[in-house]
Design a protein around this ligand. Sequence first.
Ligand code: S3P
Length: 174
Amino acid sequence: MRRDNVVIVGFMGAGKSVCGRLLARRLGRCFVETDDMIVASEGRSIPEIFREAGEERFRQLEAEMLDALALKSGDVIATGGGLPCREGRMERLRELGTVVWLDGDVRELLARALRVGDRPMLDGRSGDEIEELYRSRRPYYGQAHITIDTTGRSADQVVSLVLAALRDAHAVRA
Ligand code: S3P
């Protein structure tokens, strides 16, 4: 049987951290982020990992975090934007619990992502290249149990929609 975590996936700027934290509070659950787990275990920031060890090493660390997540139950888990986008990873996430894809208009996602900064995957890429990256990732995110369109919505509105969808799916006692 699948576990009872809620796993949030989606492109950079989708609001996975903000909405995930809010959702965890509403559900009275713990919130964990794979990016934070990586930073804590490596003792360096994500831009530093990309700069000093390269993207492939970062993806390897993400795979290790997937193994560590197998111990979790009842948590809200926000994943890094690229974590689900390799063969077999969505299947692993779906085994952890209900997977929620926070989607949205790619230009809006990008505008949000650029506001916060520190995202090595955006460095040196044109708007077109980032749209292409988003398009190439959609088939992975699309394997989520639930999809929420965040376009034009506040974090509060998004979380209310997620809660309603989780209730509909009888996935949590919300
Ligand atoms: C990445 C997204 C980032 C972080 C890393 C790589 C990606 O997380 O994991 O910079 O490949 O999309 P956010 O989605 O929280 O920005």
